[in-house]
Design a protein around this ligand. Structure first.
Ligand code: PMT
Length: 222
């Protein structure tokens, strides 16, 4: 392969958590640091791709040579992704909140003496990976998702790949003992139409480099 096999190709990467507002000062979120998604954006850019990184709130530095779009909620992440189309490849590494508040309080919820705590009604967020996978004429040629699992990692990832309609899924164990959320390393099982490949535990940068090389190989072969 040439030194920059992705020159002239467009890529979209999502990274980090989303934040779902409860009221003007409170939100629901998760522990994604953006390390894995940002490393993937950087690796694709190093191979010459024109990369848009749509990121939730993280403390990672913007990767060199990448267009970074900063968002908070899942709804905003979806709009930013749709605005980045068309692309050759999309990689969804963000930990998108599955639910948002049914109603957003316009002012700070008050604690009144004797009153019970408020109950929060949740509704589903849009699924960005499934939406990109079903985007008809603007579907990226290659759509890659992650599966964050705490048990039956590979079996759940195989089912998730079918349900979401993406081409590849990178399954990772996110149980607390794994240290995957926020940590430096990751252990990936790559699920494709051809089967499952177990990758060794390696740094998130190494995972990103291996994935980017694999994407380059795939896009130049078709
Ligand atoms: O950010 P780090 O600290 O480096 O941690 C990396 C990571 C663990 C967050 C990352 O490797 C990872 O697994 N990302 C996906 C997290 C996730 O939300 O997984 P899921 O199994 O719930 O979702 C499956 C796929 O659908 C993912 O590609 C996700 O981005 C996507 N999704 C999910 C829900 C939704 N509403 N929209 C989506 O696009």
């Amino acid at each position: 392969l040439p030194h920059q096999p992705l020159l002239g190709r467009r890529a979209l990467v999502t990274s980090g958590p989303t934040r779902e507002a409860i009221d003007p000062v409170r939100y629901i979120s998760n522990h994604s640091s953006g390390r894995q998604g940002h490393a993937i954006a950087a690796a694709l850019a190093r191979l010459g791709a024109d990369v848009t990184l749509v990121s939730g709130p993280v403390s990672q530095l913007d990767p060199a040579g990448v267009r970074v779009v900063k968002v908070e909620s899942a709804d905003q992440m979806l709009s930013a992704c749709q605005a980045a189309l068309p692309v050759d490849v999309a990689i969804c590494a963000a930990a998108v909140a599955d639910w948002k508040l049914a109603r957003l309080a316009g002012s700070k919820l008050k604690k009144s003496p004797g009153a019970p705590p408020p109950s929060l009604e949740l509704v589903p967020n849009p699924d960005i990976l499934a939406t990109l996978s079903a985007a008809g004429n603007s579907r990226p040629r290659l759509v890659v998702g992650f599966a964050a699992e705490t048990e039956e990692v590979v079996a759940n990832a195989v089912a998730k790949r079918a349900r979401k309609g993406c081409d590849w899924i990178l399954a990772n164990d996110v149980s607390p003992a794994s240290g995957t959320f926020g940590g430096e390393n990751n252990t990936i099982h790559l699920v494709t139409a051809d089967g499952v490949e177990d990758w060794p535990t390696q740094s998130k940068d190494a995972v990103a480099a291996r994935l980017a090389a694999r994407i380059a190989q795939h896009l130049t072969a078709i």
